[in-house]
Design a protein around this ligand. Structure first.
Ligand SMILES: [Zn+2]
Ligand SMILES: [Zn+2]
Length: 443
């Protein structure tokens, strides 16, 4: 069965679960926007009130055209342009969410059409979930894998959190728009996609150490699409149509994988922590950060380098993790409190991992299994270079010191066990950080 036949269905999986996929349509086609009235009718019903939500840039890119197409059949379709945040683009935080919610309360839509990528998609996902109405997204960039995901990546009280919501009923995109987006958006999507091997390795480690649920089918969804964009990464650099289409499909389906599993585990592991930490520091200290996927690409090199160092150790002496978070690094306050709660929630997993790995055979087995799954840092870096993506601290506008600060604190922000925790347990962190940064993350 082809992947697209899973859209809008429920199916029994070899993992023992029944997976349900509420995303009903995935359209990547040059006339996708013209077809919107039909797609809306099919996914949300006849004669419904529609609101088109965009930011000032995506409104120009295809928001206006989306509204015009919809007004052919939905005469009352409304436009809502979300205001920019402090640093330019809008942000997905509580204040923006409340403002959008209030504006939509006046428009009273029964279906939302988001026009944009990361933030606009997340805001619409959040608002439509809150209002209990469906939403569709017209994608404007191949920049991240959240289109088909159920989660919203929001900043609440300064902390990046994943909120439970619902995926869109349809994801549509026009190839000409995706290819024309700023190249750094495509680079970001590429970084977010090549992270998958590392996040799957972390997910698989959680299965081995803690008996966590794991699904081979969901873990493999994106791997099957790899040849489409990864056989010739330089085609990503040139925004070649087949490679960008392959990348967009991989981004869509990796969001689907998260939705099927019900957590971000298939697409977000230790390699994501560097990016999340950088975003959090940026908001605490009031400076800019780079695109999620460009930072994730650099984090993926770091994850692979950590695995390489850890797996070279034949007989590790497992260390106790630092007892507490470094409150000063997070500037105290609510951010430090939220980070401390996550870290505290991880304590049981850390103890369980240490107990499990005290058995020498368990370490040998884990080491060989992880070795087969993790990729080499050089492989990741070469792909990113060929695709024209960010590969080092300078590329993501970050000093060596800031990068090291994030690398030394990123294990504090999430309760999920990842390669970063294993690095602390085996002493690779903090001992080998300088060497890894010099070798892999500076130019
Ligand atoms: Zn499954
Ligand atoms: Zn991501």
């Amino acid at each position: 069965m082809g992947l697209s036949e899973l859209l809008g269905t429920e199916f029994r999986c070899d993992c023992g679960r029944t997976h349900g996929l509420t995303v009903r349509r995935f359209v990547y086609d040059a006339t996708a926007i013209d077809r919107l009235p039909d797609i809306v009718r099919q996914c949300a019903g006849h004669g419904v009130q529609v609101a088109v939500v965009a930011d000032s840039r995506t409104w120009e890119v295809c928001g206006r055209r989306t509204l015009a197409a919809l007004r052919r059949t939905h005469k009352e379709a409304k436009e809502v342009v979300v205001a920019d945040g402090q640093h330019g683009s809008p942000v997905c935080d509580e204040a923006t969410f409340r403002t959008l919610l209030a504006r939509l309360r006046e428009a009273k839509p029964e279906v939302l059409v988001a026009v944009g990528s990361g933030v606009i998609n997340d805001l619409c996902k959040w608002v439509s979930f809150e209002r209990g109405i469906p939403y569709l997204v017209v994608a404007t960039a191949a920049s991240m894998n959240g289109y088909a995901a159920a989660n919203v990546a929001a900043t609440i009280a300064g902390v990046k959190v994943l909120l439970e919501a619902r995926p869109p009923v349809a994801v549509i995109a026009e190839p000409q728009t995706i290819a024309r987006a700023p190249h750094e958006m495509i680079e970001a999507g590429f970084g977010d996609t090549i992270a998958k091997h590392q996040s799957n390795t972390d997910w698989w480690m959680n299965r081995r150490l803690f008996g966590e649920y794991y699904c081979d089918f969901c873990a493999g969804i994106v791997a099957d699409l790899e040849p489409l964009y990864l056989n010739r990464p330089e085609e990503i650099r040139e925004a070649g149509a087949p490679a960008v289409e392959g990348l967009f499909a991989a981004l869509f389906w990796s969001g689907v994988a998260m939705t099927l599993v019900g957590t971000s585990a298939p697409a977000s592991g230790g390699e994501h922590l560097l990016s999340h930490t950088m975003d959090m520091i940026a908001s605490v200290r009031g400076h800019r950060h780079d695109l999620h996927g460009r930072q994730v690409g650099v984090g993926t090199i770091l994850s692979a380098a950590l695995y390489e160092k850890i797996l070279a150790i034949e007989s590790p002496e497992f260390r106790a993790m630092p007892a507490q978070i470094d409150t000063g690094f997070w500037s105290g306050g609510v951010v430090a409190e939220a980070v401390a709660r996550q870290y505290e929630a991880k304590r049981a997993a850390l103890d369980a991992a240490r107990r499990h790995l005290a058995d020498r055979d368990a370490w040998d087995r884990l080491r060989s299994e992880l070795g087969e799954r993790s990729r080499r840092p050089q492989t990741i870096r070469t792909w990113l270079e060929q695709a024209g993506g960010a590969t080092c601290a300078a590329d993501i506008g970050c000093s060596k010191e800031r990068l090291k600060g994030a690398a030394l604190h990123m294990h504090e922000i999430r309760k999920r066990f990842t390669v970063v925790d294993l690095a602390w347990m085996t002493g690779v962190l903090p001992d080998a950080l300088d060497e890894i940064v010099e070798q892999w993350l500076l130019r």
